[in-house]
Design a protein around this ligand. Structure first.
Ligand code: NAP
Length: 242
């Protein structure tokens, strides 16, 4: 079997490791210059839309496709559904559950998109801590003169002078997150509903330090791929596809 995993997440790396013994190709978008690499083969860069991905499935004789990209990466998920259908390749989406069932979820301000997150944070006031990812930053351009704290994986070339940029990537721990919120006098935490435990420590840290949290809801999932929530289910799917 040859399995293609569309990756860029901790779950994608765990799946590649769990499929040890099969030929696994993991695909990364190439957004990060020094990515955490999964076990097995790795290819990096876009395919050139759904048609490019369909051609790749054929070229590599892919027997099963797992879209294990981030829940907010909806473009590649739509392409995966189209390409798999065109080539008749069994495919599934592995998406970790969101934080809607988190014990503190009811205390957060849930918003539909990044612009609404900015507006909600403005209403709350205080120093914003942006953990919504580099691609989200254009939505916060209006804050260029505010003392925003932002955490990203890659250095920002065009961060406003008033901003404090922290370069880091998960997993994070509770104590460090609490310290960070206190040291930088954070007034409001902004996050996407990424789900999982990898970046969840900020949520309990915010609770402990009484920092309000604004959460961007997940975008609606493009239809076409059956969905599983765990690596074990994705492994079962792949084995049954063989
Ligand atoms: P996106 O908007 O859904 O995808 C845009 C384009 O990037 C796709 O059409 C595809 O280009 C390319 N692409 C995306 N993921 C790819 C992959 N795994 N392998 C090869 N090409 C890929 O994606 P995004 O939101 O920019 O996310 C990019 C990557 O970062 C994803 O792999 C995702 O897992 C990871 N990530 C995203 C977020 C987030 O918040 N969005 C957070 C953490 C990690 P072509 O059309 O040329 O094939």
């Amino acid at each position: 079997m040859t399995i293609l995993i569309l990756g860029g997440t901790a779950e994608a790396r765990a799946l590649a490791a769990a499929l040890d013994g099969e030929r696994v190709i993991s695909s990364l978008a190439g957004r990060v210059s020094n990515p955490r690499l999964p076990s097995g083969e790795v290819r990096i860069g876009g395919f050139g839309g759904a048609a490019g991905l369909a051609a790749y499935l054929e070229e590599q004789n892919i027997s099963a496709l797992v879209d294990a990209t981030h829940p907010f990466a909806v473009g590649i998920t739509a392409n995966a559904a189209t390409a798999a259908e065109v080539q008749g390749v069994p495919a599934i989406r592995l998406a970790r559950p969101g934080w809607a069932d988190h014990p503190y979820a009811d205390s957060w301000v849930w918003v539909p998109d990044l612009d609404a997150a900015r507006d909600a944070a403005e209403r709350i006031g205080g120093r914003p801590f942006l953990t919504t990812g580099r691609q989200s930053l254009p939505s916060f351009a209006l804050w260029r003169d505010r003392p925003v704290l932002v955490r990203v994986v890659e250095p920002l070339t065009d961060a406003p002078e008033a901003w404090t940029v922290i370069l880091d990537r998960g997993p994070y721990d509770d104590a460090q997150e609490r310290e960070l919120l206190r040291d930088h006098a954070v007034g409001v935490l902004l996050t996407k509903d990424s789900g999982g435990s990898y970046t969840a420590a900020k949520l309990s840290a915010a609770r402990a330090t009484r920092v309000p949290v604004v959460v961007v809801q997940r975008p609606s999932v493009p239809s076409g791929l059956p969905e599983v929530a765990s690596v074990a289910e994705a492994v079962n799917f792949v084995r049954s596809a063989g």
